[in-house]
Design a protein around this ligand. Structure first.
Ligand code: BDR
Ligand code: CA
Length: 326
């Protein structure tokens, strides 16, 4: 069994990633810890995860913990990704029968991470799909934390300076750059980085995705409901002249960054190309705060080496997505 803990800010693509993990018989998810990110309410992230678990018949079987409710440093203005994921983080199509917050564990998410890693030293695959606040706090509270993680697979950062939230930064790293830097500079476990350019390259072909959503199962119906608004916006942008970089957008297809990271966590054979480099995060910079910076030519001595995934097997990704809605 692959013992997994997921830290997320669910999130539409987080939902897809969690559904992939739930559908793999050899994956045992010990807990899901939640962090702010796509939406600024960590409680709502937990509710979203509970809703996903219920759709997949796993409500009550996997503990869900509320983690950090603020980033390490305060932000000067409201910051989230509701423009992509909706005000509730799951496309603004609430389910009146969704589970309420009485299903959320009382233990804080950061303590849950620390305890789980202590209970299973060297055995846990940690998959981080949101800002890295919970992981950084866990490492600050327990200096042995990262040493005892088997491997960390994360979605975040960018290799070629292409941002999605600023001109140069990817959302998860930009949300909490200090946390991302703590993880990349200090963590003592193998770290796999699945960044923004990788997910652009791995976008799902549009016609395939639309057919996929038409699959007649409860899980596919759920994905269709939570992606409805996003798809509508996407098609509107494709058709309208207000979208300036149309050529770029047309190449995107349906972007599933967190699902890409989850696939890498589950099947390492899915990595077709990678780089092993030290990567860190810019904390200052007028235009570049939150941008991942890769030491391509070993300028910095004795730094932690991460695996930066640069190409994946699309067949494996699509097969996992298909299985996740059966
Ligand atoms: C990341 O940001 C979030 O909007 C997605 O869920 C993904 O984790 C992509 O930059
Ligand atoms: Ca996410």
């Amino acid at each position: 069994k692959l013992l997994m803990v997921i830290d997320c800010d669910a999130g539409i693509d987080d939902a897809q990633a969690i559904m992939i993990a739930l559908s793999q018989p050899h994956v045992k998810i010990l807990a899901i810890t939640c962090v702010l990110g796509n939406i600024s309410s960590t409680n709502q992230v937990c509710l979203n995860v509970l809703r996903i678990l219920k759709v997949c018949g796993k409500l009550g079987k996997i503990p869900v913990h509320r983690g950090a409710e603020k980033y390490i440093l305060p932000r000067h203005s409201a910051f989230d990704s509701t423009g992509v994921h909706g005000d509730d983080g799951l496309g603004d199509t609430p389910d009146p029968n969704a589970p309420d917050d009485s299903h959320i564990e009382s233990k804080h998410g950061v303590n849950a991470l620390i305890d789980l890693v202590r209970q299973h030293p060297g055995q846990l695959t940690l998959v981080a799909l949101g800002p890295l606040t919970n992981l950084a706090l866990a490492a600050r509270l327990d200096s042995e934390f990262s040493k005892n993680i088997k491997e960390l697979i994360l979605m975040g950062g960018n290799t070629a300076g292409r941002g999605n939230i600023t001109i140069s930064a990817e959302f998860n790293f930009y949300a909490d750059p200090e946390a991302a830097q703590i993880v990349l500079n200090d963590f003592d476990c193998p770290v796999y980085i699945n960044g923004w350019e990788l997910s652009i390259k791995s976008a799902i072909e549009w016609t395939w995705y639309k057919q996929y959503l038409e699959t007649k199962t409860r899980k596919a119906e759920f994905l269709k409901i939570i992606t409805r608004k996003r798809i509508h916006d996407y098609e509107f942008k494709l058709e309208s002249f207000i979208f300036q970089s149309k050529d770029l957008f047309l190449n995107y297809g349906w972007n599933v960054p967190d699902a890409v990271a989850m696939m890498v966590a589950i099947d390492r054979r899915a990595i077709l190309e990678m780089e092993q480099r030290h990567a860190t995060v810019e904390l200052n910079g007028t235009y570049s705060r939150g941008q991942m910076v890769v030491d391509w030519a070993d300028h910095l001595p004795n730094r932690k080496i991460s695996t930066i995934v640069t190409k994946i097997d699309m067949g494996i990704l699509m097969a996992m997505m298909s299985k996740s809605i059966e």
